[in-house]
Design a protein around this ligand. Structure first.
Ligand code: SF4
Ligand code: SF4
Length: 343
């Protein structure tokens, strides 16, 4: 068995189990934007069955948004996004001159080597902590609102370097990973990055973890401001990383509030845009096409998003009000004052 498959969870099956049923094409944003069989999970699995190398598959590997929709729908239970991440790791760590690679931030390797700055822990063990991700951290007013709603501190080592390394396939130095995981052990974790959340599920089995959007939507102040006119856009990576549990969670939210979701009939969260590589010029996965597809046949009064990337794309494709789920938990006047206070 190839080494990269040996790292998959025991329950997952590998590409050799692909039957060619094509169900994954129905949910894959890469397939929707390209309409090329090579740019699909089925195409990748079939190519591997025929002996294709990671280098030969570089364009679809880079175009994949790692939304995880194909994992949830595959009847053979193939860990398709895990397979894609492993192939990306092969590409990133054995670069070939004739295989173009996306540009990485110049400082990624040095950040991974240095690790987190040595600061005092922000929360005692067992206290919940927040890993906000770079987009939320850049919006100080919204971050303050998230913290006020959840009553939690931003963790001193937010793991942004690790999240990016997972996304692009760069190997994480073992000492860096160990120190990150050791510092998180014992805490309940709320993470904005669904891909990091997925890996934490493997690395810290048994720990309590939740995506940022789901955590915010547990708050009464948020739920009481959701209604039947709202289209609530679930962040797909966090949703599919814990699919069975999240289907039940959002079912309850819908029964209580009457809002609708970006879920298809198979209860797969339709992605609008994924962070990371999908935002890299040349690797965009057709996010506006996806956002328009989500809106097709619906006439919501408002769009509520869990991800800041989704707020931007829906703002471009429609004239509806688009709000982040954290903004539902605060009086609009108070949010204005928050924004004023944080400049
Ligand atoms: S859904 Fe699974 S079995 Fe079916 S084509 Fe896709 S990868 Fe293959
Ligand atoms: S993770 Fe998403 S974009 Fe990538 S192959 Fe699966 S469905 Fe397509």
């Amino acid at each position: 068995m190839p080494a990269f498959l040996a790292r998959m969870p025991a329950a997952a099956r590998d590409y050799s189990a692909c039957s060619g049923c094509s169900l994954c094409l129905l949910v894959c944003p890469m397939w929707r934007s390209r309409h090329d069989p090579g740019f699909s999970p089925e195409g990748l699995a079939k190519a591997l069955q025929c002996g294709a190398t990671a280098a030969a598959l570089a364009p679809p590997l880079d175009a994949c948004s790692l939304c995880g929709a194909c994992d949830a729908v595959c009847p053979e239970r193939i860990d398709l996004s895990g397979m894609i991440m492993d192939l990306r790791r092969r590409l990133a760590n054995s670069p070939l001159p004739d295989v173009p690679r996306p540009a990485l931030p110049d400082d990624l390797h040095s950040r991974l080597q240095q690790g987190a700055p040595a600061t005092a822990p922000v929360a005692p063990r067992s206290a919940p902590v927040l890993l906000p991700g770079p987009a939320l951290r850049a919006d100080a007013a919204l971050l303050a609102q998230v913290q006020a709603l959840l009553g939690i501190a931003v963790f001193d080592d937010d793991g942004d370097d690790i999240a990016l390394a997972i996304e692009v396939g760069v190997v994480i130095p073992p000492l860096r990973l160990q120190s990150f995981l050791d510092s998180l052990r014992g805490h309940s974790i709320v993470a904005a990055d669904g891909l990091l959340l997925r890996q934490l599920r493997r690395w810290l089995a048994g720990s309590q973890r939740m995506g940022l959007g789901a955590a915010l939507s547990t708050r009464a102040a948020v739920r009481s401001n959701l209604g039947a006119g709202d289209l609530y856009v679930i962040e797909p990576r966090a949703f599919h990383a814990d699919y069975e549990r999240m289907v039940g969670f959002y079912d309850r939210l819908q029964r209580e509030t009457g809002c609708s979701f970006n879920l298809d009939l198979q209860r797969i969260a339709i992605p609008a845009v994924a962070p990371g590589m999908a935002q890299n010029p040349g690797f965009a996965a057709g996010d506006e096409v996806q956002a328009k597809w989500i809106l097709q046949g619906r006439s919501p009064a408002r769009i509520v998003v869990e991800s800041l990337a989704d707020r931007a794309v829906f703002g471009r494709v429609c004239d509806l009000p688009v709000v982040h789920v954290a903004e539902l938990g605060v009086d609009p006047q108070m949010m204005k004052e928050f924004r004023h206070a944080f400049g």
